[in-house]
Ligand binder design. Structure first.
Ligand SMILES: [Zn+2]
Length: 235
């Protein structure tokens, strides 16, 4: 089971339901100069759903010219074999997370400022090689699992949503995290907040598209500013 929804012109969210995790695992389609780019490719078990979701947009897997992986976890890299002709990119800092077979197909994102028209920003949180990708044309920020809505249902207005309840929940989570010295240390709170300062410094972001669950629309710089406030960090 999956949902497909347009985010902005020619940008699509593909949210594939994962019954074993009770979560949506997301992939995204965005156009490049020639062909299309896929951001993340889901679990190996869900390759058939991913191919069906791509066809629902009117494309075929062979139309994908580039696959960019936000990080090396199996729910983001598992479908790679479907795109044998595409250039595939991932940070080499996550190389140990993927099989040797996959590693041999991957080009390193390190020290690469831009791929397929997307700005690459290393975050180093969630996994060592986690990156955010920014589409300046459609103003979409793809954040991988650095910030995501794992195990969240889709709200009544669908996959692309203002998501005010999710914003509140995230704010409460950050505020709680900031108050626990043990959790701050264990989960690298300061590194997370520094990443948020970078993401929050971009004022031209209209959509926040994460590795799992609903895509947020509108007020994204303000949302980041609120999270920085909640965490006790300067904007
Ligand atoms: Zn994930």
């Amino acid at each position: 089971m999956y949902h497909v929804a347009p985010i902005a012109a020619d940008r699509f969210a593909l949210a594939i339901w994962d019954p074993s995790w009770n979560s949506y695992n997301n992939c995204y389609l965005t156009p490049q100069e020639q062909g299309w780019t896929l951001i993340d490719c889901g679990k190996q078990d869900h390759t058939a759903d991913l191919a069906a979701a791509i066809r629902e947009v009117g494309l075929r897997p062979q139309d994908i010219g580039s696959v960019i992986l936000t990080h090396g976890h199996r729910d983001h890299v598992g479908g790679l074999a479907l795109f044998v002709e595409a250039e595939a990119w991932m940070s080499s800092r996550d190389a140990s997370l993927v099989s040797e077979e996959k590693r041999l197909c991957l080009r390193p994102l390190d020290n690469t400022h831009s791929v397929a028209g997307l700005t690459v920003m290393p975050l180093g949180h969630h996994t060592p090689g986690s990156v955010a990708l920014y589409d300046p044309t459609a103003r979409v920020l793809y954040a991988g699992d650095y910030l995501c809505f794992f195990r969240e249902e889709l709200p009544p207005d669908g996959l692309v949503t203002e998501g005010n309840g999710l914003r509140e929940k995230t704010r409460t989570f950050i505020a709680g995290w900031s108050k626990s010295p043990a959790d701050r240390q264990q989960y690298h709170f300061d590194q997370f907040m520094r990443g948020l300062q970078t993401l929050g410094s971009w004022d031209r972001v209209d959509f926040l598209a994460t590795g799992h669950g609903p895509v947020l629309k509108g007020g994204i710089p303000q949302f980041f500013a609120e999270l920085l406030d909640d965490g006790g960090y300067p904007r």
